[in-house]
Design a protein around this ligand. Structure first.
Ligand SMILES: *Cc1c(COP(=O)(O)O)cnc(C)c1O
Length: 437
C-alpha cells in the first residue's frame, strides 16, 4: 500500500484539486511550495526562487514578515472572529484610523469585504445604490478597455479582457468602454466620454488608475485620467479607482490616486492590504457617498455583508502592513527600487529584442519584440526559463514584468535583471520552437 509520504505534493494535488486560471489538460502539474520567507519561495525539492511578483503583489513587505506574523499570532489567541454587524473590535478600529491616514484626503468611510473582486462589487453596488437612493435612474457603467476588475459577475462585467470572460459575455451589467488616455489621445478620449454621457445615464466610471495590471502592466497618462475624473464629477458620475493592484506603494506613492489632482469618490483595495498574510479587502468612500445612505429609511442603508467581514486577524495583518508602508525604511526602499528600475529600463530598452519598456514606482515591464499569442506556449517557456534559474516571474504573453517585494536587496534585483537579459539574449531558441506549435 502506498504511503502518503512517498508521493509528492504535486501528485497528490493532481487527484482532487482544481486550480484557478488553469486548463488542466494542457497545463503541467502544480509545483509544491513548502516555504516562503522574505523574497524567497522554496519548493518541495528544496530549490528556492526569488518571488519577482510578490505572489501577485500581495507580499510586498516580504513573505512571513515577522512584524506582521507576530502581531497576528498575538491577536489570534485573544479574538479570532466576531460578527461585524452590530459589533466592532480594536483591530478594525485601529486599522480604520491608520488606513485613513494614508488614503487620499477625501476618503472617509471604509467598507470591508474579502478580496479584490468583492471590493469592486461593493464599489459598483454603492455607486448604483447611491443614485437609486437619490431617486435617479442611472444604471450604466463606464470602464476602460482591457481593464481587469475581478472574477465575480459585477467585476467581470466591468472587466474588458475577453480571454477571462468570453463564456459569460452578455450576461452582466451594462458597460460602456473608453480607451485609456496615453497623452496624445487625451482630448479624443475626453470627447468620447462627453458623447457617451450625452447618450446614456452613466452611474459610475471604474478604472485601474495609471497601471492596468492584467493588461500586462499597460500604463496611461495621469493628466488624461484627471480630465476624465473632472468631467465625471461635473456630471454626477461617481468615480471608482480600483487600486487592488496599484495600492500600497506600487507606483511610488501610497496610492496611484496620489498622482492625480482629482481624487476618486471610491477606492477599492485588497492584494497588499494585508501584507500577503490573509485575504481581505476594503472599499473606501467619501463622506458624501456615505451620506447618500444615511437616512431614517432602512432601505436606504447598504445591505451587503460577508460572513468574515473585518476579520480581526486580517485587520491586524493590514494594520501592521500599513505601518510598514509608512515606515522610513520601506519608503526609502520604494524609491531605491524605482531608481534601479529607471536604470535597468534605460539599459535593457536598447536590447534588439525589446519592443518597449515602461516603469512606474516598483513596477517594471518590457514587451518582447515578437508576434505570439497571449497564452501560447511561448510564455510558458519564458516562465520555465526563469524558474530554472531561480526566479519566479509570470510573463503575460510577450510582456515580462517585475513587481518584487520592497525588501528585496540590490543583488537579488540584479539577479532578476540578469535572467531577463539572459532570456532576451537566447530568444531565438524559444522562437524557433514556438513557431511550430
Ligand atoms: C487582482 C485584481 C482584482 C481581483 O482581486 P481578487 O482578489 O483576485 O478577486 C481586481 N482588480 C484589480 C486591479 C486586480 O489587480
Amino acid at each position: 500500500m502506498e504511503t502518503v509520504k512517498e508521493i509528492s505534493l504535486s501528485e497528490r494535488d493532481g487527484r482532487h484539486i482544481w486550480h484557478p486560471l488553469t486548463q488542466h489538460k494542457t497545463h503541467g502539474s502544480a509545483l509544491g511550495i513548502t516555504k516562503a520567507q522574505g523574497v524567497y519561495l522554496t519548493d518541495e525539492n528544496g530549490k528556492s526562487y526569488i518571488d519577482g511578483i510578490s505572489s501577485w503583489y500581495t507580499a510586498m513587505y516580504g513573505h512571513c514578515n515577522p512584524q506582521v506574523t507576530d502581531a497576528v499570532t498575538r491577536q489570534m489567541t485573544r479574538l479570532d472572529h466576531v460578527v461585524f454587524s452590530g459589533f466592532t473590535h480594536e483591530p478594525a478600529v485601529n486599522l480604520s484610523e491608520e488606513l485613513i491616514s494614508v488614503l487620499p484626503d477625501n476618503q472617509d468611510k471604509l467598507f470591508f469585504s474579502d478580496n479584490g473582486s468583492t471590493a469592486v462589487e461593493v464599489g459598483v453596488k454603492i455607486a448604483l445604490q447611491y443614485h437609486h437612493n437619490q431617486g435617479q435612474k442611472r444604471r450604466v457603467l463606464l470602464a476602460f478597455e482591457e481593464g481587469f476588475h475581478g472574477d465575480t459577475f459585477g467585476a467581470m462585467s466591468v472587466s474588458g479582457l475577453d480571454v477571462y470572460n468570453g463564456p459569460f459575455s452578455g450576461m452582466g451589467l451594462e458597460v460602456l468602454r473608453l480607451p485609456v488616455p496615453v497623452g496624445d489621445n487625451n482630448e479624443k478620449v475626453l470627447e468620447r466620454l462627453r458623447e457617451l454621457a450625452g447618450s446614456y445615464d452613466i452611474a459610475a466610471f471604474i478604472f485601474e488608475p495609471l497601471v492596468q495590471g492584467a493588461a500586462a502592466m499597460k500604463m496611461h497618462d495621469a493628466r488624461g485620467l484627471d480630465a476624465l475624473i473632472a468631467f465625471c464629477r461635473a456630471h454626477g458620475i461617481i468615480t471608482i479607482a480600483d487600486e487592488v493592484m496599484t495600492g500600497f506603494g506600487k507606483t511610488g506613492t501610497f496610492f496611484a490616486s496620489d498622482h492625480l489632482e482629482n481624487k476618486p469618490d471610491i477606492i477599492c483595495m485588497s492584494k497588499a492590504l494585508t501584507a500577503g498574510l490573509m485575504p481581505m479587502a476594503v472599499t473606501s468612500t467619501t463622506k458624501e457617498i456615505f451620506d447618500g445612505f444615511y437616512s431614517d429609511e432602512l432601505s436606504k442603508g447598504f445591505f451587503h455583508g460577508h460572513t468574515y467581514t473585518a476579520n480581526p486577524l486580517a485587520c491586524t495583518a493590514a494594520l501592521e502592513g500599513v505601518r510598514l508602508l509608512k515606515s522610513d525604511e520601506i519608503q526609502r526602499r520604494i524609491s531605491e527600487i524605482s531608481g534601479w528600475h529607471e536604470e535597468f529600463a534605460r539599459e535593457i530598452g536598447e536590447h534588439p529584442r525589446v519592443a518597449s519598456v515602461r516603469n512606474k514606482g516598483v513596477i517594471f515591464a518590457l514587451d518582447i519584440d515578437i508576434k505570439i499569442e497571449r497564452y501560447g506556449s511561448f510564455r510558458d517557456r519564458l516562465f520555465h526559463f526563469f524558474m530554472n534559474r531561480g526566479v519566479f516571474l509570470r510573463p503575460l504573453g510577450k510582456t515580462i514584468y517585475i513587481l518584487a517585494p520592497y525588501i528585496i536587496e540590490k543583488e537579488e534585483m540584479d539577479k532578476i535583471y540578469a535572467v531577463i537579459k539572459d532570456c532576451l539574449d537566447h530568444l531565438d531558441e524559444f522562437t524557433a520552437n514556438t513557431s511550430r506549435e
